[in-house]
Design a protein around this ligand. Structure first.
Ligand SMILES: O=C(O)CCC(=O)C(=O)O
Length: 276
């Protein structure tokens, strides 16, 4: 079972050098791209304001209320609800009615989530790590419920995209983003990365969400990235990442957004009036 950082395989806690905030001049500067290229990820503090986070929390409350009696995975208003099973495996019964693990394509059912797909700051951030003409492909709300929420074993998001999208990533770049809606740290299953694994290509293995993917990736760069509400991590689609369970009484909700690149949009040349 994947465990939080206090176990026998402690993760490093992120170094301050990776911290950037939109109010700092370094926010969209080469520094963020340098971290992304070297480590496969970069932290951006305060990407969203607390007011925006509150709006998203309310939107998530409305979404979860619609799934309040689910005992198995279901689609509601185009959003795919995955219940939290005792093992963490998908397709199994909910540990209790209405306890959810994640909502994929929540943007189909929530305007607040949908707005993130075209948020100017987010698109600019994705462009800043080398993704040309970024296009949203996936959004998810990861709920990791207090006391019962299970972890996410090490995996690479690129393993879950169609081959056409993999090609687009190879040609035009790709980047994924998680944004914290609650404080996320070692106590409630904070987000963890295996720095540098983005450079090693896509691994093929059986992904079992009740396990921990042992021995698949180089874990020497394991780093837990504490996040405050509104903080974000931008990471390479090939970066191995995951998180531990949430044994705490506190919520740990994250929004995840995935983007792929596309051919650059070249503005048409303005017609000049003929010279005399
Ligand atoms: O919510 C987390 O901690 C990680 C989630 C994740 O990696 C995923 O949903 O692919």
């Amino acid at each position: 079972m994947f465990r939080p950082s206090s176990d026998a395989h402690p993760s490093r806690v992120m170094s301050e050098s990776r911290v950037m905030s939109p109010s700092s001049p370094a926010f969209y500067a080469p520094r963020i791209r340098e971290c992304f290229e070297r480590d496969g990820w970069a932290l951006v503090q305060r990407l969203l304001t607390l007011r925006e986070v509150e709006g998203l929390r309310s939107a998530v409350d409305a979404l979860t209320a619609k799934g309040g009696s689910l005992v198995s995975d279901a689609e509601i208003d185009g959003a795919r609800y995955q219940v939290q099973s005792a093992s963490g495996r998908r397709g199994e019964a909910a540990i209790r009615p209405g306890v959810l693990r994640k909502i994929t394509f929540a943007s189909s059912a929530s305007e607040e989530v949908a707005l993130l797909r075209n948020d100017r700051r987010i698109l600019k951030l994705i462009e800043s790590v080398g993704v040309t003409s970024p296009r949203w492909i996936v959004d998810q709300i990861n709920l990791k419920a207090p006391a019962v929420g299970t972890g996410f074993p090490w995996h690479q998001d690129v393993a879950f995209v169609a081959w056409q999208q993999r090609d687009a990533i190879a040609q035009h770049g790709g980047a994924n983003l998680v944004i914290a809606l609650d404080r996320a740290d070692e106590w409630n299953g904070g987000f963890e990365v295996l720095s540098g694994t983005h450079a090693g290509g896509a691994a093929t293995f059986e992904y079992d969400t009740s396990g921990s993917s042992p021995g698949v990736f180089d874990e020497s760069g394991r780093t837990l990235i504490p996040l405050d509400p509104g903080d974000a991590v931008v990471f390479h689609p090939q970066l191995a990442h995951g998180s531990g369970p949430n044994p705490s009484p506190l919520q740990r909700r994250l929004v995840a957004l995935w983007f792929i690149g596309a051919p650059a949009i070249i503005p048409p040349l303005r017609r000049r009036s003929p010279l005399p």
